[in-house]
Design a protein around this ligand. Structure first.
Ligand code: NAP
Length: 484
């Protein structure tokens, strides 16, 4: 396969919160990898901005440390690291004060793409936006990038959107959900809408059910106080899993353009039926190891916040009438594993008799680890002894199918930041999508909070509470394995 790195236009990218964890772990290493691949123009500029008092050299040294920590040795060279650092600048700025802004405005060039990454707490978005305008740093063609959480309920999401829209047009706002930047997630659209094979089967007539799993093996370790205010529903289900659901269930957009795609995703959220309590299972992990159970890692020993949630959703439209979508996500599970599985119905009549067993086609889209797809098809088990059937995967692991180039695909952050520079919002959430997702989520959270529903417990390293298995068992289905 021939590498096709398409360079982006020249840019100035200001990272507010340039000294923070996200900038060090994701944003700067991601930008470096794009530089290393030759996608970034040689004189593109990245300007870190935070309150810490530092000069350009000091910040360059910090960035170098972050690259050494978060970019593998074989993915960097002294030459590319030094070249990248040449384009790094720093300005000391307090989002709540007025020092440093004049300096920033003189640093910014007029004839290049201008983007501001708000890698700071959401409470600083308003003050930052006001000062960017007040000091003539922002114009109608600049872009801003914001990170989740996009509110913690509908009301706060609306307030946040208003703050942003008071200063920027929706076409300038890039809300990052890094799940949308994953190669496989985009491949889901390519598979659905680039092939004749799948789309005719992608409906209630042929699909039995869909499972979406985002399993994490880590716990809340060290982030307990923050996580306990949010829980799996707010932290993962309302955003990442909801986005995966939308891409799986949406109608074909008329074009692969930002608003056409986002309109279709929004229709899916609006078609979700309210979920009743018997279709939701929440859990908290427990561990025999001292201090390793959820309730020992958060401040409130009586907390009813969930570290796991599974639910059965129904989409009320013609395509999906009667097809359950089972979604689950949790911490401290058996493995770090994420996939979307579209499970097709049984053949209407088996000519092989009961002894051949029950076989179903399943298309799985793996997000992690080993991004790729599998299509399980039924074939005859080789050898003598009559017609025994077996399901085998047609494996489409990208790295195997496409060669070494596929191993070098940009990670989600790299791709999304380059999309910001290109001005392509397709893989970013629009404000109305975020609000619709909260409008659907809020009553569910209010319901279990008012009832005081206590989550079930599950063992660390397991697949979640046993009660979650019952969600599917009662319909004669089962969760797919969470594989290490
Ligand atoms: P962090 O490590 O606490 O960093 C915060 C950054 O903001 C620091 O660079 C800090 O530098 C700067 N800052 C704080 N107050 C400021 C002010 N008044 N003016 C200017 N700069 C200020 O936070 P983070 O983990 O990087 O997260 C940043 C944002 O991304 C948060 O909204 C978070 O929810 C979101 N997010 C983070 C992750 C992640 O993996 N870390 C993932 C998803 C979303 P100074 O102290 O020097 O000012």
């Amino acid at each position: 396969m021939v590498s096709r790195v398409i360079p982006v236009d020249n840019f100035d990218l200001v990272i507010f919160g340039g000294t923070g964890d996200l900038a060090r772990r994701k944003i700067l290493p991601g930008l470096f990898r794009r530089y290393h691949s030759g996608q970034m123009p040689a004189d593109a500029r990245i300007i870190g901005a935070a309150r810490s008092d530092m000069d350009r050299k000091g910040y360059q040294a910090e960035v170098k440390k972050a690259l050494e920590e978060f970019v593998p040795k074989d993915a960097r060279s002294e030459k590319t690291v030094n070249g990248f650092l040449d384009g790094i600048d720093y300005v000391t700025i307090d989002a709540m004060g007025d020092g440093g802004w004049k300096e920033l405005s003189t640093m910014l060039r007029k004839d290049v793409v201008r983007a501001f990454y708000f890698s700071v707490a959401p409470s600083l978005f308003g003050p930052l936006a006001e000062r960017l305008h007040g000091h003539s740093c922002a114009g109608p063609s600049c872009r801003i990038v914001v990170e989740k959480p996009f509110g913690r309920d509908l009301e706060s999401a609306k307030a946040l959107n208003k703050t942003l829209r008071d200063h920027f047009d929706e076409s300038q706002i890039y809300r990052i959900d890094h799940y949308l930047g994953k190669e496989t997630v985009q491949n889901l659209m390519a598979v659905r809408f680039g092939n004749m094979l799948f789309e005719p089967l992608w409906n209630a007539q042929y699909v039995d059910h869909v499972q979406i799993t985002v399993a994490e093996s880590v716990g809340v370790d060290g982030r307990g106080a923050y996580y306990d205010k949010s829980g799996a529903m707010r932290d993962m289900m309302q955003n990442h899993l909801m986005q995966l659901l939308c891409l799986t269930a949406m109608e074909p957009p008329s074009r692969f353009d930002p608003d056409a795609v986002r309109d279709e995703k929004l229709k899916v959220i609006r078609a979700l039926e309210p979920v009743t309590p018997e279709h939701i299972v929440r859990g908290q992990y427990v561990s025999p190891e001292a201090g390793a159970s959820y309730l020992e890692q958060v401040e409130d020993p009586e907390s009813i916040t969930e570290s796991y949630i599974a639910m059965e959703l129904a989409i009320s439209n013609w395509r999906w009438a009667g097809v359950p979508f089972y979604l689950r996500t949790g911490k401290r599970l058996k493995a770090r594993y994420s996939e979307i599985a579209v499970v097709f119905k049984d053949a209407p009549h088996s000519i092989f008799g009961q002894a051949a067993g029950r076989h179903r086609n399943v298309l799985t889209i793996r997000l992690q680890p080993n991004e790729g797809m599998d299509l399980f098809v039924t074939i005859k088990e080789p050898g003598p002894g009559g017609m025994r059937l077996v399901d085998v995967p047609l494996d489409m692991t990208f790295a195997d199918a496409l060669g070494p180039e596929a191993e070098d695909v940009p990670d989600a952050y790299e791709r999304l930041i380059m999309d910001v520079i290109r001005g392509n919002q397709t893989l970013f959430m629009r404000g109305d999508e975020v609000e619709a997702a909260w409008a659907w989520t809020d009553p569910l959270i209010e319901g279990w909070t008012e009832r005081g529903d206590r989550p079930y417990t599950y063992d660390s390293g397991s697949t979640g509470p046993e009660e979650a298995a019952m969600l599917l068992h009662k319909e004669g289905r089962r969760w797919r394995e969470i594989r290490p």
